[in-house]
Design a binder for this molecule. Structure first.
Ligand code: PLP
Length: 396
């Protein structure tokens, strides 16, 4: 007998994957340029040239046995030290290699962090709309998920709901800003209110509540600052990834940073190492670790995303669609033109528009549009969005 839970998980394909397969089929039927696929969040801009230069340099100049050999389980000490220095320089926050653990991207960072802190029966709070894999990771770690919906007017935190959702069993809250799927950045005011609430709840219950900052989109932000959470709350664990910031999603590289400000940082980091070990996530890919160490000041050129965002957001809102103001990441979160987002997506398909219904993000009645696509795909898709809108107006 195999694990039924895992079997079910493996057999249940995600909505996004289903749309991806449909897009492939449709392209073969009617041609590439006639299908407008906004389903997948795969970066559409190349990694900075410095990344490939670093890989060429490392493979040409370094001893191949050492270069491709195991690093220590939490990662190469030199690379972790460089990341710590960058955190200190950039955010004015004390950091050292001693609480940095290299991982295979944010997915591994999250699952390691959750396994490190959760005991069976604990609760993990997520703010909807949220990345659907949070449920998989949290439940696998033994937690139950508590979903708190953000305010619909601006997708900032609804503190009345959050206040009543935090209990003496709450072990962590996951914060993802800039957000997938809304593109919204949580304001400094929101972060300060959040950390004050968490401090109050910790005191009230005599517990530790961890703030997990899921940060794959930190660098994808347009004209605003993203508050660095360890500066505002001591029990913070940062789950960072280079998947989007350096356009390297397939290379699987990121890290966990346990804030040294938390009282028991050494023990929490030991638990992170233990979770990495138990999950088989030791020694992240060594070539990528060394490459990252050479490219810490690089970011993919996000101008293309900004241009896409401006054209897409402005034209769709002019047409009449309602969209959360996206200040970062590469997604638009758009209100469907009827209550059921699935039915709306089916109707959009008639115009060859492939959109993701929002239900799996824990927030019904919306669709996610990933605009990490070529600019001209958006230009060509806009008449179809207009026709879809008119179609709904006429059928009212
Ligand atoms: N967290 C969020 C919010 C994401 O959108 C993603 C990927 O799209 C991840 C985590 C996982 O990122 P990675 O590719 O670094 O594992």
């Amino acid at each position: 007998m195999i694990s039924q839970k895992m079997e079910q998980l493996g057999k249940k394909s995600s909505v996004i994957r289903e749309i991806f397969e449909y897009a492939k089929k449709r392209r073969a039927e009617i041609g590439d340029d006639k299908v407008f696929d906004f389903s997948i969040g795969n970066p559409s801009i190349p990694a900075p040239a410095a990344v490939n230069e670093a890989i060429r340099r490392l493979t040409a100049e370094q001893d191949p046995v050492a270069l491709h050999g195991y690093t220590s389980a939490p990662g190469d000490l030199g690379v972790r030290g460089k990341i710590a220095d960058q955190i200190t320089r950039r955010f004015g926050m004390e950091a050292s290699a001693a609480t940095i653990y290299m991982t295979c991207g944010a997915a591994a960072s999250l699952t390691i962090s959750l396994h490190a802190i959760v005991n069976e029966g604990d609760e993990v709070v997520v703010l909807a709309p949220f990345f659907p894999e949070y449920r998989v990771f949290a439940e696998k770690a033994g937690a139950t998920l508590t979903v708190v919906k953000c305010r619909e007017e601006d997708f900032q935190i609804d503190f009345d709901t959050l206040d009543s959702a935090i209990t003496d069993k709450t072990k962590a809250i996951i914060v993802n800003s800039p957000n997938n799927p809304s593109g919204v950045v949580l304001s400094l005011d929101t972060i300060q209110k959040l950390t004050a609430l968490l401090d109050k709840k910790q005191q009230e219950y005599g517990t530790h509540i961890f703030l997990i900052a899921d940060e794959p989109y930190r660098e994808l932000v347009y004209a605003m600052e993203v508050p660095y959470l360890p500066l505002y709350y001591k029990n913070t664990i940062v789950c960072y990834s280079y998947s989007k910031s350096l356009s390297l999603p397939g290379e699987r590289i990121g890290y966990v940073f346990v804030s040294p400000r938390m009282d028991n940082a050494g023990d929490v980091f030991a638990a992170v190492c233990g979770a990495g070990r138990a999950l088989g996530f030791v020694c992240a890919p060594s070539l990528l670790q060394y490459t990252i160490g050479e490219c810490l000041n690089e970011t993919a050129n996000i101008d293309a995303y900004r241009k896409n965002r401006d054209l897409f957001y402005e034209t769709l809102t002019d047409i009449g669609y309602k969209i959360a103001r996206p200040d970062g990441a590469f997604y638009l979160f758009m209100k469907a033109l009827e209550d059921d987002a699935y039915t709306f997506c089916e109707r959009a398909k008639k115009y060859e528009l492939l959109l993701v219904p929002s239900d799996s993000f824990g927030f019904e009645g919306y669709v996610r549009l990933a605009y990490c696509v070529a600019y001209d795909t958006i230009e060509r898709a806009l008449p179809a969005f207009r026709a879809l809108y008119n179609d709904y107006q006429e059928s009212k």
